[in-house]
Design a protein around this ligand. Structure first.
Ligand SMILES: Nc1ncnc2c1ncn2[C@@H]1O[C@H](COP(=O)(O)OP(=O)(O)OP(=O)(O)O)[C@@H](O)[C@H]1O
Length: 825
């Protein structure tokens, strides 16, 4: 069923709201919006519960919808009037021809920003045409026998029209929005002043907007889409009212000839509108649930990794079934018992693997302990393992999975099992912690209800769950004298005297002497001989500490002992800068499509990083791997209005800078942030850190990943050719762009020292604060590549092997400076 009927003269649809009433106060315009509802509803009309007022308003006409205003004045058509134009894929008023005073469109309703927030919170991808809406609009064109039906969402700047293809041809005469899929609607963001639909937001209460003949209605008679192509004459729109009462947009039908719209049709349109909103809300709810369950599964994985890292054997059992099926076992379990690793679904029962000496007279252990389990009690038993050679005695501690680890520690249980009080009372899962009994190992027995923790090299440091793993080792949450800390655990071989790093070098590398508010503090470290591999058993090959100290591998004798170093660090509780950039934390939040960079937040964060780096360089320490993952965030203690402040971390690759020259290194940081001289010659200097900082400035401002979509080899090739650079969007403040460009200069001598970068940023902060620098919004869904002709996103193809095939390389071949910011959504 076609959704567009061709009209003589190429009629099509697009909107422009032009109105004399628009220059009136909002309330007046609100009444104007309702002043021409031509529908006369009949008695017995059914009203959808979610939109009770709509038809009632129709029955009453416009009375009560807002302050009284003069009825709209009919206006005569202007054949040579202004027109809507499409710029960069957005339908705008043509300001050259139009006196904007007369085309300001519907006035903003009082709660428009709440309304926009509500729309934003639903995470609707307004730029994507949805087949489910196509189905409804096609149904509507057939039921109402009109050429066009649309679902339109309206944010604070645009109406997102899902326009049938034939109309897209009209709206954008360059045809750049026509994709394959004939008959499918395409989305055209349209200046909200042009939109008929924005008038459905104006009345105080939701009501239908029916324009039987636009030439007879003062709000629309001079609208460019009435006066010119596509000559809209009829419009009927029902607001899309969310279950919380916010109007998100409208569902509308349009015709090119005047027509009547009876009460039954209004009712039907309202019901369709309700269907659309419920569908959107249901989809949102499902997305939320999906995200939550992904989060839960991530947390579960993290927990399992943390449990895996325990040197004691841990088994998770389901105590609601006889014999207690095993759900999970860790590496320590296999090491201690010699049994295979078990997972949920393996069908193995705990009480088939062990027996309890002396309990047979009392009954099955799972029955004997039923009471204790139902009360969620912890208990310990000496058990004999079945199978294998000989009898092995183990002490096993049983603890409810939703029990607390100990004072000051977070709840290290399965997240899915946490939470409800009633769950605590009827615990289903138990952790069984297996240790050899005291008489075998010489260790004191494990007190009941205590989760095993690693023995600490420091008496006063306790390890909690795993926070993450890096190439040098694992980082755990921990407590130290009651304070929350992060503990980095690194495995390495003991140093020979010949290659022993000096205390001074080690301390510098660990950042022990650094005291700066924007550098992650290292409180202390200690080394002990390692009892058992923490990571290698997980298949993870740890990079050793002496690798980072550039000790010769040949010097590492296999006879040397394996050591474990614990480094106690300041805890950074707000994740990494990279995560914050990816989440859009450096953009003003309205919607992802029209937000602007939050310049103040960006500059303040950049100042913190530049300050920390200036401090490091003043101590002749190079970072050498400065990137968003190595800058951690902590909750802001009120120094400004950001929720976080930044701290430079991870001196794993740091080198002591000797003299003024550069340090040769074979250790690499992150390719995207490395300067050309480091890539080509392995030459590391203070200027290399400055280059990485320049890339960070670009990321902070654009919110994008540098060189996204390119392979490492392609990134390196681009950098080596040095005609290629990261380009900023046009609206960036010049001082900011110049600083970033200087930092990323190919010639390392042209890069400013951090002290200078810091001063530039401080000046810029003052300029922004005083209003001297304006912040321009720019959409993030578009690439900033110089191919402006197409006016649409151009993604660099992934998986393209040859650099020549890359559009960036082609642009470069044409002499253009190439930009690599690629659409994130
Ligand atoms: N002080 C800290 N506070 C909170 N979390 C931390 C801290 N230090 C590190 N982490 C977390 O631990 C993870 C591992 O950190 P680590 O420094 O070992 O490696 P990385 O920086 O991710 O990788 P690489 O060592 O390869 O550069 C990090 O991703 C981070 O999430």
């Amino acid at each position: 069923m076609g959704c567009v009927q061709s009209k003589p003269g190429g009629r099509a649809d697009a909107y422009r709201a032009d109105d004399e009433a628009a220059s009136k106060p909002a309330g007046a315009a609100a009444a104007a919006a309702a002043a021409k509802p031509a529908t006369k509803a009949s008695e017995g009309l059914s009203v959808s519960p979610e939109q009770p007022d709509i038809v009632a308003q129709l029955l009453r006409g416009s009375a009560g919808s807002g302050p009284a205003v003069p009825p709209p004045q009919p206006a005569s058509p202007k054949k040579d009037g202004p027109s809507a134009v499409v710029k960069d894929g957005v339908a705008h008023l043509d300001a050259r021809e139009t006196d904007l005073k007369y085309f300001s469109g519907a006035p903003l309703c009082a709660n428009d920003s709440d309304r926009c927030d509500a729309l934003c919170s639903l995470n609707i991808d307004m730029m994507t045409s949805e087949p489910r809406f196509d189905f409804i609009t096609k149904l509507m064109t057939s039921i109402f026998r009109c050429p066009v039906a649309m679902v339109v969402f309206i944010d604070n700047r645009f109406s997102y029209l899902n326009v049938p293809v034939a109309l897209v041809v009209f709206i954008d005469n360059r045809h750049s929005y026509i994709k394959s899929g004939q008959g499918m609607a395409q989305i055209v963001p349209t200046d909200r002043r042009l939109s008929f639909c924005t008038w459905t937001l104006v009345p105080l209460k939701p009501e239908m907007l029916v324009v039987e003949d636009s030439l007879e209605d003062g709000r629309f008679a001079e609208n460019p889409f009435v006066v010119n192509e596509p000559h809209i004459r009829f419009y009927a729109g029902a607001p899309l009212v969310s279950s919380r009462g916010h109007r998100l947009g409208s569902l509308c039908v349009v015709d090119y000839k005047p027509r009547k719209f009876d009460a039954e049709s209004c009712n039907l349109l309202c019901n369709f509108a309700t269907m659309v909103v419920r569908d959107v809300e249901r989809q949102h709810e499902e997305d939320l649930q999906r995200r939550q369950s992904m989060q839960l599964s991530r947390e579960n994985t993290q927990l399992m990794r943390a449990i895996d890292a325990c040197s004691d054997g841990v088994v998770l059992v389901d105590v609601t079934y006889p014999k207690w099926p095993v759900m999970f076992s860790n590496e320590g379990w296999s090491t201690l018992t010699g049994m295979e690793k078990l997972a949920s679904g393996s069908g193995r029962m705990f009480w088939d693997l062990f027996s309890c000496p002396g309990m047979s007279q009392q009954g099955h252990p799972w029955e004997v302990y039923k009471g204790a389990v139902s009360r969620g009690e912890a208990f310990s038993l000496d058990l004999i393992k079945h199978g294998g050679s000989g009898r092995h005695l183990f002490t096993v501690t049983f603890r409810p999975a939703n029990d607390k680890l100990d004072e000051g520690m977070p709840n290290i249980t399965i997240p899915a099992l946490q939470g409800k009080e009633e769950d605590l009372e009827t615990a289903q899962y138990y952790f069984c912690t297996i240790r050899r009994p005291a008489q075998h190992s010489g260790e004191p027995p494990l007190p009941p209800n205590q989760f095993p923790t690693k023995s600490a090299p420091f008496e006063d440091v306790r390890l909690g769950p795993l926070l993450g793993k890096g190439s040098f080792g694992a980082v755990y949450y921990g407590t130290w004298n009651g304070a929350q800390v992060a503990v980095k655990v690194i495995e390495h071989r003991s140093s020979t005297d010949e290659y022993r790093a000096t205390d001074e070098a080690l301390e510098a590398m660990l950042g022990l002497k650094m005291m700066h508010p924007n550098i992650v503090r290292t409180f202390k470290y200690a080394t002990k001989e390692r009892q058992q591999s923490l990571h290698s058993s997980n298949g993870m090959r740890s990079r050793s500490l002496e690798d980072s100290l550039s000790l010769s591998p040949s010097a590492l004798s296999s006879s040397r002992r394996m050591m474990e170093t614990w480094i106690v660090l300041e805890l950074c509780n707000r994740g990494s800068l990279q995560e914050a950039i990816d989440k859009g934390s450096f953009r003003t939040k309205r919607s992802i499509y029209d937000g602007a960079p939050d310049l103040m937040r960006i500059i303040r964060t950049a100042i913190e990083i530049a300050g920390a780096m200036a401090y490091l360089h003043s101590m002749d320490i190079l970072h050498s791997d400065l990137n968003g993952n190595n800058i951690l965030l902590v909750s802001n203690t009120g120094i400004d209005d950001r929720p976080f402040s930044a701290k430079v971390s991870d001196f794993g690759l740091s080198r002591i800078h000797i003299g003024t020259g550069a340090v040769a290194t074979e250790t690499y940081g992150t390719v995207t942030h490395m300067p050309p001289e480091l890539l080509s010659e392995g030459r590391l200097s203070k200027a290399a850190d400055v280059y990485s900082f320049g890339v960070l400035l670009w990321e902070l401002y654009t919110g994008q990943r540098p060189w996204a979509g390119l392979r490492h080899v392609q990134v390196i090739a681009h950098k080596m050719r040095s005609t290629t650079k990261l380009e900023f969007p046009p609206a960036v403040p010049a001082a900011y762009r110049d600083l970033a460009d200087r930092c990323m200069a190919t010639d390392d001598r042209a890069r400013p020292p951090f002290s200078e970068a810091l001063n530039v940023l401080l000046d810029l902060k003052d300029a922004v604060q005083s209003g001297a620098v304006k912040i321009e919004p720019f959409p993030v869904y578009r690439s900033y590549e110089p191919d402006k002709a197409a006016g649409k996103p151009r993604a660099i193809p992934d998986g393209c092997d040859g650099i020549r095939e890359n559009p960036a390389a082609q642009a470069e071949a044409n002499g253009a400076a190439v930009v690599t910011g690629v659409a994130r959504c």
